[in-house]
Design a protein around this ligand. Structure first.
Ligand SMILES: [Zn+2]
Length: 185
């Protein structure tokens, strides 16, 4: 439960209006830099970065394949109604995972914006996410950890298999130093 609270707190803080300085928010504060998403050529906004961007869509698709869970539509849906049919314990665990996915996207984006890092691949973002899930799991009662660890392994394995079998049908287009992941089929 502690891990959920921390994950929820982190994500909720992340998404509170005005706290997440996505580029649309920065622009509304007279910021003059580019408002393009780091991962594609659309404008960066919360909905785009975490749900609609190609990078996010690939990641949510892998979550979908791993756990047979339809991706959340937006942040409100994620915390209200997305997992309504699941039992509470499982719902909490999946919300921790989903929060970690968002957190990993945000950190990867920040690396690019502030550290000029190369664009993270979906696989790198997923492994960053599972790192955070394992970290948060340490705050959980020991008997809850094996299921979380198993969930991480399922996600990582699915992601690796996904890219091994489909990877070469993804094309990574580099334009103007930006990275764009596109489905080629
Ligand atoms: Zn994008």
């Amino acid at each position: 439960m502690m891990s959920l609270l921390l994950a929820h707190y982190t994500t909720w803080n992340l998404f509170q209006k005005g706290v997440v300085l996505t580029k649309d928010n920065l622009a509304s504060r007279q910021w003059k830099g580019s408002i393009k998403c780091c991962f594609c050529n659309f404008d960066e906004a919360i909905q785009h970065l975490f749900f609609d961007c190609q990078l996010a869509r690939i990641i949510w698709r892998i979550v979908h394949v791993s756990f047979n869970i339809t991706p959340p539509m937006n942040i409100l849906h994620m915390f209200n109604g997305w997992l309504i049919e699941l039992n509470k314990k499982l719902m909490y665990k999946i919300l921790v995972g989903a929060s970690a996915v968002c957190w990993a996207i945000w950190l990867s984006r920040n690396d690019m914006v502030f550290n000029n890092s190369r664009a993270a691949t979906p696989l790198q973002v997923i492994f960053r996410g599972t790192h955070w899930i394992r970290f948060w799991a340490l705050l959980q009662k020991e008997n809850g950890r094996p299921q979380v660890t198993l969930g991480c392994r399922v996600l990582e394995t699915t992601a690796m298999e996904f890219f091994a079998s489909n990877g070469w049908s993804f094309s990574y287009r580099i334009s103007n130093g930006q990275f764009c992941a596109c489905f080629s089929n």
